[in-house]
Design a protein around this ligand. Sequence first.
Ligand code: TYM
Length: 336
Amino acid sequence: MNQQTERRKRILSGIQPTGTFTLGNYIGAVRNWAKLQDEFECLYMVADLHALTVRQVPAELRAHTREAAAMLLAAGIDPAQSILFVQSHVPAHTQLNWILCCNSQFGELSRMTQFKDKSAKHPDNVNGGLFTYPALMAADILIYNADLVPVGQDQTQHLELARNVAQRFNNAYSPTFTLPEGYITKAGAKIMSLADPTRKMSKSDTNVNSFVLMTDDKDAILRKFKRAVTDSDGIVRYDVAEKPGVSNLITIYSVFTGKTVAEIEQEFAGRGYGDFKTAVGEAVADALAPIQGEYSRILADKAYVDKVLTEGAAAACRIADRTVQKVYKKVGLLQL
Ligand code: TYM
């Protein structure tokens, strides 16, 4: 097929504005988003509705939503190329959410590990939104007929559910939704906590030394890597089962230097962890510095961020509204 007539594959992904992004968010997802813009038609979203499944302070949620958009712009999302928007600004997501809730089974939603984890973490607030979260996420993806969804490893189960719901809907009515594929990079799809390398790095962790934030200054970054939990054998070698802490640091170093695991093992042979941790911290601080500069500059220009989000919402609505109209008709809702 000639390139002009072939539709470019479409990408959709999102991130919750529940605080400043971590290095895990950046390496596992956001870093790749910018790279995909040349090849694909991309839509990127600040998932503010998803954030409501955990109680939020309203003023903080508002601030974090704009900050999240500014950080995405700073990390290279180009509004001239991609559609950047806030989930709640496109009401069609919640309209499709209901339809997909009615096409999701209690059993499959109950099996979601994120639901189980978050229910255990917030036993006083196991709300309906937390339970049906994956149906809303399916709506986010299916409403744009996205082909690819660049995410970290922790989202693969949700993606699988989105595919199952899409397939079920297509079978029950008629072909409607594209079955989305995950786009998960080999290295960095699961960055681990610096304090407990058997757990995922997460911005909701209560231990601030467990994560690096995108806004951490160089001193904080170096300090956190210096404190990172490793092991006692002093050898820089990649072995996730035996040496999860060191392996996590090797992954991070590899991502920012472009060096292979073998090259890194060789570089630090016989040098111990002190040098290695400093080098990882330096590499991360050097990579984040220009993003942090851009972030401050963009965030100070609230009018610009809001203009991007206004235009993004309008562009997203144009696609999403069409899908919802089609779906409403297919399921038998009366059209006047
Ligand atoms: P969220 O906000 O938890 O995370 C955003 C992205 O960052 C990835 N990620 C990580 N990757 C590697 N290592 C880590 N330690 C790490 N922590 C987070 C996540 O996998 C994710 O890709 N449900 C989603 C938001 C969402 C969404 C969507 C994503 C809503 N609708 C539609 C894709 C498509 C979430 O909570 O991501």
